[in-house]
Design a protein around this ligand. Structure first.
Ligand SMILES: Cc1cc2nc3c(=O)[nH]c(=O)nc-3n(C[C@H](O)[C@H](O)[C@H](O)COP(=O)(O)OP(=O)(O)OC[C@H]3O[C@@H](n4cnc5c(N)ncnc54)[C@H](O)[C@@H]3O)c2cc1C
Length: 423
């Protein structure tokens, strides 16, 4: 190894991260653990536990373990035992065991997104130090020279401050300002005609108290999973999502959503009851769940086309800024966390900066593009459509409706693309 190479290997970078969501915070922790100097700007002035439930798949939980946050997260999450696909009558079509008892090295976590973010934030404050973290600073744009970047951040009162660093990681979400700087003509995210109402309720635990269920079909689907352990009153906080198709012509993401995509947009129960108001399963009364909502948001099912490249000299994209995808298959937070590990590992190699960023991109971009495309074909949920088409009124024996090998084929294709690893 030459002396220059040795210096490159040991070189610790000054890195600016734009965005303190799940992706930005995990990246900050992963880079800090490798000895880099991280500065993070988050547009929100005060972080609050926003959002509802989110799932993190085992291979991303392994990353949370590696960055040293898993033990404490386990206390506020549910370790998912299985993902169950059911028809609109609550009959099981396919059960996919999850977590350690299914042979994965790590559990799958169902957790409140806001609590996950707050927890990661506290760790970032503890390890990196408040002086390197800037709330209320929205990174508007970036300029570059041969050896550094300068990013301009806008404060809530409109004044501007500048940050310099060796390079910038834009983890600023689906409306990324930095992505827009490099792709000014991209336009709004693409909508598939589906609206999602996301809520939480407190109910008696259903099934084994750790299962995630997706029931229904492509026009109307109910997804439900617990996100906290039962409390002393015997009730458990569950996350639920009602997906309802409002337009039939949006496959492949051809439409513009009816409203700007805003994770904090309040939903209205009256939009759900006509479709889901009579869905009662043996193990869960959906109307009761909906009427008991403690939070209710609406979000159009949107994504963006995969990009031809993420790196632009000393700037790269990560998480939803790089690969916004439909929230199908628990991949939103999962893929952002995998990005975090990948970029930290790439920078730890014996490579010049641009090559390290290219290494990260070559590992992550094709894979995320595949997931975006598979989710447009509904991912694993394709199983539901096949069964609905063949037996809309339910079935006596599942084998009369679908061959188990057909299900296995759909499951294997999707899992391979999403990088599931058992063991
Ligand atoms: C408020 C909120 C609630 C959500 N709720 C859910 C949910 O309930 N269920 C679910 O599945 N997914 C939810 N998501 C999306 C989910 O968190 C992401 O899909 C996934 O975790 C990938 O995370 P990310 O860090 O790439 O993006 P995000 O989680 O979107 O984080 C991006 C961060 O960047 C910040 N930001 C944006 N622009 C700038 C800028 N110019 N400069 C600096 N910072 C900026 C944002 O405030 C945000 O904190 C939510 C996202 C947000 C922001």
């Amino acid at each position: 190894m030459t002396q220059t190479q040795t210096q490159q290997r040991t070189q610790k970078r000054n890195i600016l991260i734009s965005g303190g969501g799940i992706g930005g915070l995990c990246t900050a922790l992963a880079l800090h653990a490798k000895g880099h100097h991280v500065t993070l700007c988050e547009a929100t002035e005060t972080l609050k536990p926003l959002g509802v439930g989110i799932n993190v798949l085992p291979h991303a939980v392994a990353v949370l373990d590696e960055i040293g946050v898993l033990d404490s997260l386990r206390k506020i999450a549910v370790e998912t035992s299985a993902l169950i696909f059911a028809n609109r009558h609550g009959q099981t079509i396919y059960k996919d065991p999850r977590g350690t008892s299914a042979g994965y090295s790590h559990p799958q976590l169902s957790i409140h997104r806001g609590q996950l973010q707050m927890h990661l934030w506290e760790e970032v404050v503890k390890r990196i130090g408040q002086q390197h973290l800037h709330l209320g600073q929205k990174i508007r744009s970036v300029t570059q020279s041969a050896d550094h970047i300068t990013a301009t951040a806008v404060l809530p009162d409109g004044t501007e401050v500048q940050h310099t660093a060796d390079f910038l990681i834009a983890a600023d979400g689906i409306h990324s300002a930095i992505r827009k700087q490099f792709y000014p003509d991209e336009g709004a995210p693409k909508w598939n005609g589906m609206m999602m109402w996301r809520g939480t309720s407190r109910v008696k635990p259903f099934l084994d108290g750790r299962s995630m269920v997706q029931a229904g079909h492509r026009r109307a689907k109910f997804v439900v999973y617990p996100i906290e352990a039962p409390s002393a009153d015997g009730l458990q906080l569950i996350n639920w999502i009602c997906d309802r198709r409002l337009r039939e012509d949006g496959f492949g993401g051809a439409l513009t959503a009816p409203s700007r995509e805003d994770w904090n947009q309040q939903g209205d129960l009256n939009d759900l009851l006509p479709t889901f108001g009579e869905w009662k399963f043996e193990w869960l009364d959906i109307p009761e769940v909906l009427h008991g909502a403690t939070q209710l948001f609406e979000w159009p099912m949107v994504d963006r086309d995969p990009l031809p490249r993420w790196r632009h000299d000393r700037v790269t994209l990560l998480g939803d800024a790089a690969h916004p995808m439909y929230p199908i298959g628990s991949n939103g937070a999962t893929q952002a966390i995998l990005d975090a590990k990948c970029i930290a590992d790439a920078l730890d190699r014996d490579l010049p900066l641009e090559a390290a960023l290219d290494e990260y991109e070559s590992q992550r971009r094709p894979m995320c593009a595949d997931i975006v495309r598979l989710n447009r074909q509904e991912g694993l949920d394709a199983i539901l459509d096949v069964v609905e088409e063949r037996s809309p009124n339910g079935f006596a024996k599942l084998e009369d409706v679908i061959d188990p090998d057909e299900i296995k084929g759909i499951v294997t294709t999707y899992k391979k693309a999403a990088g599931h690893r058992v063991g």
